[in-house]
Design a protein around this ligand. Sequence first.
Ligand SMILES: Cc1cc2nc3c(=O)[nH]c(=O)nc-3n(C[C@H](O)[C@H](O)[C@H](O)COP(=O)(O)OP(=O)(O)OC[C@H]3O[C@@H](n4cnc5c(N)ncnc54)[C@H](O)[C@@H]3O)c2cc1C
Length: 389
Amino acid sequence: MATQHSEIAHLPLTALSEDERLFRDSVYEFAGREVRPHVREMDEHAKIGRPLIDKLFDLGVMGIEIPESYGGSAASFFHSILAIEALSRVDPSIGVLVDVQNTLVVNALLRWGSDDIKRRYLPRLASKAIGAYALSEAGSGSDAFAMATRASEAGDGFSITGRKLWITNGNEADIFIVFANVNPGAGYRGITAFLVERGFAGFTVGKKEDKLGIRASSTCELLLEDCHVPRANVLGEVGKGYKTAIETLNEGRIGIGAQMIGLTQGALDHAIAYTKERKQFGKPIAEFQAVRHQLARAAADLEAARLLVYNAARLRDAQQPFLTEAAMCKLFSSEIAERVTSLAVNLFGGNGFVKEYPVEKLFRDAKIGQIYEGTSNLQLETIAKQIIG
Ligand SMILES: Cc1cc2nc3c(=O)[nH]c(=O)nc-3n(C[C@H](O)[C@H](O)[C@H](O)COP(=O)(O)OP(=O)(O)OC[C@H]3O[C@@H](n4cnc5c(N)ncnc54)[C@H](O)[C@@H]3O)c2cc1C
């Protein structure tokens, strides 16, 4: 599955290798067959069933970059982006489940994990274990490094106490990357990443949020009370967790960009099909120029967003700097996702406003793109820092 970057270096941004195309098509075909029939029910019940999660593991999308020696698919970051986009076209909740697993959790372990951590956790993450990434707290969202969760040396490891909020996959996850400060006096230089397992004493998953969108994706509070974590479960170095967080979130943002272009494509697919079918004034509404032009603009917006997302992902795989591009792709794709899903609701008329049709859900799902993994204001700040200083 490995991508030959040298072969694609001079090709158009949206050109896919044969292997990438087959991979994307097979994930989209899976989404149509296994996800689409359950989308409405999962949204209503705010739950993803374990049988579907098992099928995602069987499909090989839960450990996309994990080497084959650990049971993974040994593919590229770009493959993760294609998978997230293809799944989000059908259900952005499934998209974000796969996104967090690959672009945050697996990514952090591959980059920062010791050989021992890789040996113990990567085979599990590739085959059955879901991961979660716990940085945010009630008092520290955008200002993530102001976290109040503390870790102190205790015996052969650390004892962690604190409360994390808004943690995606919290309900299903077995393995949590938890950020805590071991030396608050040193500010962000005390932040350390730990691998915490669901069964560790002193660790509990708390309340699950009742949300506007991506309702099937769980978002939970985590409670840590003198939770003992062995020293071998420090991910990376003590005091270097801020680096782990910054670097993984830069990549994670490209994943959110992929989620946003996937759901935008889904909304556009529905809008085109519906407007060709629905007749008013004696003809399909897609024949009115005003409607045609709205759809054309939506397609142009989506194409621009996709180019930003793919370019950021290709830069990452080519080991080129991608910080600004990642911020731009998340900023722009989440804005057009809101705009295009809103248009889709308008074009469905009254049917756009009811749950029997698919677009009101995508409209609700789009909103999160401007909030998590750094709000739009924070993306603008990142871009401004790069271009202005
Ligand atoms: C569904 C969902 C899933 C999530 N999943 C995860 C997860 O898996 N792991 C995790 O760690 N977190 C997760 N989060 C948390 C998410 O990353 C934060 O909600 C987000 O970073 C914003 O933080 P906040 O909610 O505290 O908002 P605040 O930081 O309080 O921001 C409120 C407003 O103030 C603005 N603002 C803040 N600071 C500035 C500034 N300096 N300049 C200009 N404007 C500013 C923001 O742009 C925003 O509009 C999730 C959140 C949600 C809703």
